[in-house]
Design a protein around this ligand. Structure first.
Ligand code: NAD
Length: 362
C-alpha cells in the first residue's frame, strides 16, 4: 500500500473503488422517502419487510399513498430463493418499478435479490446495524446451500438512515448487530486491498459504535446514541462493501451456513477471538482500533462485549461441542487470504474457546 520514496519518506499507493449511492442521513429522514422515490424517477414501489415489521411496512405504504404498489412482508434470513420468487411475482403483478426495503439485512437482502432479477431501483431503509444496504454483495440460499455474489446491480441506489427507526431495536439485538458492524471494520483495516479512506472509515466506524453502544444499553431510546450507532454502522458497512474480508467472515459464514447459527450473535461472539488471532500478524494496521480498547484488541473487545451484555459462547447459541471439529474442517476447506496463516488446529482451538466462552488468545 505504500511506496518508499527514500530517506524513510513513504507515499501512499492504492486502488480505491467507490460504490455509488445516495445516502440520506438523520433523524426524521424517512419523511423524505416520497421525494426520493419521485426524484429517482419511480412511479410505484413495492415495500418489503419481515413478518415482524409488517405493521411498519403497512404504515409506510399508507404514508406513501399513490407511490405504493404493494407490500410484501415475507423477508427471511439468508434470502431463501422461494421467498425471492414469490416477491418477484408480486413485484411484476403489481407493476412496481422500485422496491423499498424497510428492515435489517434480511429485508435488504430480499430487495437486492429482486433487483438482481428485475433491475428494480432500490430504496433501502435500514433498521439494524448489519450494513448490507451499502454493499454490492448478495447472499442467497437454495435448498439449504448458501451462495454469495457481488454485482453493482444489487447495490441500493438510495439509502435513508433514520435513527428514529432504530429507537425500538431491542437492546440485545443492538449489541450484537453493533458488534457485527465492528467486525466489518476490523477485517477491513487489515484487508489486502485496504486503502487510506477505507481505513479512516473503519476506525471512525468502530469508535462511533464503541461510544454509542454502552449508552444504548443504559438508555435504549437515547436519540444521540442511536444516531451515532447508525452512523458507525454506515461507515462499517461501507468498508465491508469496499474491501475484502478474511478469517472472521469466513468462520461466521461457515457457522451460519452449515450449523444454522444466528447471524449477528455469531459475529458478536467470534470477533474478539478472530481479532486476537490476527492481532500479531497485523498489529500495525490494527493499532488505531486496538487503542480504542486499551491497546490489546482481542482482550479489550472481549471485555467490552461482556460489559454491554453480548453473548460470549457459541454453546449459548446451540452449537454442539461435537460440531467444533467439523466446523474447523469446513472453515479451512477453501484457501483464502488472511494476514496470519490459517492452520486447522489453531482454528479448532479458537472455536473451542469461543464455544466455551473463554477469553481469546493470540
Ligand atoms: P434481520 O434483518 O434478520 O433482522 C432480525 C429480526 O429483527 C427480524 O425479525 C427483523 O424484522 C427485526 N428487526 C429489524 N430491525 C428492527 C427494529 N429496529 N426493531 C425491532 N425489530 C427489528 O437481521 P440482520 O442482522 O440485520 O441481518 C442478517 C442478515 O443480513 C443475514 O442473512 C446476513 O447474511 C445478511 N447480511 C448481508 C450483508 C451483505 O452485505 N450482503 C451484510 C450484513 C448482513
Amino acid at each position: 500500500m505504500v511506496q518508499n520514496l527514500g530517506n524513510g519518506i513513504e507515499a501512499p499507493a492504492f486502488v480505491y473503488n467507490v460504490n455509488p449511492a445516495r445516502i440520506v442521513f438523520g433523524a426524521g429522514t424517512l419523511a423524505s422517502l416520497a421525494r426520493e422515490v419521485s426524484a429517482a424517477g419511480c412511479r410505484r414501489v413495492l415495500i418489503l419487510s419481515t413478518p415482524f415489521q409488517k405493521p411498519d411496512a403497512e404504515r409506510l405504504a399508507s404514508d406513501l399513498g399513490e407511490l405504493t404498489a404493494g407490500v410484501f412482508s415475507e423477508a427471511a434470513m439468508h434470502t431463501p430463493t422461494p421467498v425471492t420468487n414469490a416477491a418477484v411475482a408480486k413485484y411484476s403483478s403489481c407493476q412496481a418499478d422500485g422496491v423499498v426495503s424497510l428492515g435489517g439485512g434480511s429485508t435488504i437482502g430480499l430487495g437486492k435479490a429482486i433487483a438482481y432479477r428485475t433491475d428494480a431501483i432500490q430504496f433501502a431503509v435500514p433498521t439494524t446495524y448489519a450494513g448490507s444496504e451499502v454493499t454490492p454483495i448478495l447472499g442467497q440460499t437454495e435448498q439449504g446451500k448458501k451462495t454469495t455474489l457481488r454485482s453493482n446491480i444489487v447495490l441500493p441506489e438510495v439509502v435513508i438512515y433514520d435513527p428514529d427507526l432504530t429507537l425500538g431495536l431491542p437492546v440485545a439485538m443492538s449489541v450484537t448487530s453493533g458488534l457485527n458492524a465492528m467486525a466489518h471494520a476490523i477485517e477491513a483495516i487489515y484487508a489486502q486491498d485496504r486503502n487510506p479512506i477505507s481505513s479512516l472509515m473503519a476506525v471512525e466506524g468502530v469508535r462511533s459504535l464503541r461510544d454509542a453502544l454502552p449508552q444504548i444499553v443504559r438508555v435504549p431510546y437515547d436519540r444521540t446514541a442511536r444516531g451515532l450507532a447508525l452512523y458507525g454502522s454506515w461507515l462499517c458497512g461501507t468498508v465491508l462493501g469496499t474491501v475484502g474480508m478474511s478469517l472472521h467472515h469466513k468462520l461466521c459464514h461457515t457457522l451460519g451456513g452449515s450449523f444454522d447459527l444466528p447471524h449477528s450473535e455469531t459475529h458478536a461472539i467470534l470477533i474478539p477471538h478472530t481479532a486476537a488471532y490476527n492481532e500479531l500478524a497485523a498489529s500495525d494496521q490494527l493499532a488505531p482500533i486496538a487503542n480504542l480498547f486499551g491497546g490489546r484488541l482481542g482482550a479489550g473487545l472481549w471485555e467490552f462485549a461482556k460489559s454491554i451484555g453480548s453473548p460470549v459462547s457459541l454453546k449459548e447459541l446451540g452449537l454442539e461441542e461435537a460440531d467444533i471439529e467439523r466446523a474447523a474442517d469446513v472453515a479451512v476447506q477453501n484457501p483464502y487470504w488472511n494476514p496470519r496463516e490459517i492452520d486447522r488446529n489453531s482454528i479448532a482451538g479458537l472455536l473451542r474457546r469461543a464455544w466455551a466462552g473463554q477469553a481469546p488468545q493470540s
